[in-house]
Design a protein around this ligand. Sequence first.
Ligand code: ADP
Ligand code: MG
Length: 383
Amino acid sequence: MANSGQPSATPILPGSTLGVLGGGQLGRMFCAAARTMGYRVVVLDPDPVCGAGLIADVHIKAAYTDRGALSEMAKQCDVITLEFENIPSESVRFIADKTTVFPAAESLEIAQNRDLEKQFALKAGLQPVPYFAIAQESDLLQAADEIGFPAILKSNTLGYDGKGQFVINDFSQLTEAYKTVGKVDCVLEKQIMIRCEVSAIIARNTSGEWASFPISENQHRNGVLHLSIVPARVDEALAQQAIEAAFKLAEALSYVGILAVEFFVSNEGVLYFNEMAPRPHNSGHYTKDACVTSQFEQQVRMMCGLKPGDTRLMSPVVMVNMLGDLWLPDWQKIFTQSNIKLHLYGKTEARLGRKMGHFNVLAEDVESALAVAEGVFTELSGS
Ligand code: ADP
Ligand code: MG
């Protein structure tokens, strides 16, 4: 789905220099897309051997709060984006005084805080999971009373891949978990009986032109994305509702860039807003092989004021994450199949739960893609 809108003012064209704050796998795939399109890329990441640093034109090895390094980056770049939401927003504001940065610090600040993002989603007309914000220990009783059990306690900030989250079945577990997170600001959420999880990825540029990728059906293991199935096996009306909800959020934020929105579909068929990410998303990695335009090319297009690329799905696809848990896989199990595309992130050290790469299986229909994906994943896990 896409709209036309106004043509963009002064687009930033190949030959210009783009910057990315953060050099993990998302930064790396952004670099690859930008360089393919003829842009220079500067990455800023403190890790001297980060995956994006290995393929960027310039790698500034400095902390995200290092003002000298941020100024240097701003001087070199025509426009800057980010690969993850936990970049300090003060750093984004600091850079925004010197050069253009998308998405804006305000969008980042909302996405960094679960309570703020739920409030924002509610205001924009979406339905967040019922929750209660906990600012101090004395809030726990009322939170438990209003939300009931089972529930999930999540730290308000700095959570990702299920970190900082606890499933809670009674009040004593709640007080215990609150202590374990260090009594930081939290939300207590109702645990939804989930039929499936879906995500919508929207692209919006400076002229308000936008496009959405086909929504993805996501399966998680231990709070971490395991695989994505596209087309999602949900009815068209629900898919449409998810895209429209993501679009409403993007409009409300006057957002520029890629915005990913995660939803739960309850057993009753209700679409609940879970969270948003102001960047390309793991559940959008299928676009690299299955769509006319990948989410990373789209990120380049949006920050440069270009028209959104065609988001058409060219083939049913299943994306499978490869974590450090299954290292080192027997690659032959992937390469003997002609319809599997392998993507590795250049990480030398494999740790449990660390995202090392993914593969996309393309097939005639999602059921065959899923069968191959699950078969290959099982074989890799056993190797
Ligand atoms: P993260 O920021 O770590 O991705 P999420 O809030 O998206 O955290 O939670 C990770 C996963 O945990 C979700 O994708 C879902 O599978 C499960 N989960 C989280 N919150 C709920 C909930 N309220 N009800 C049911 N499952 C949940
Ligand atoms: Mg999530």
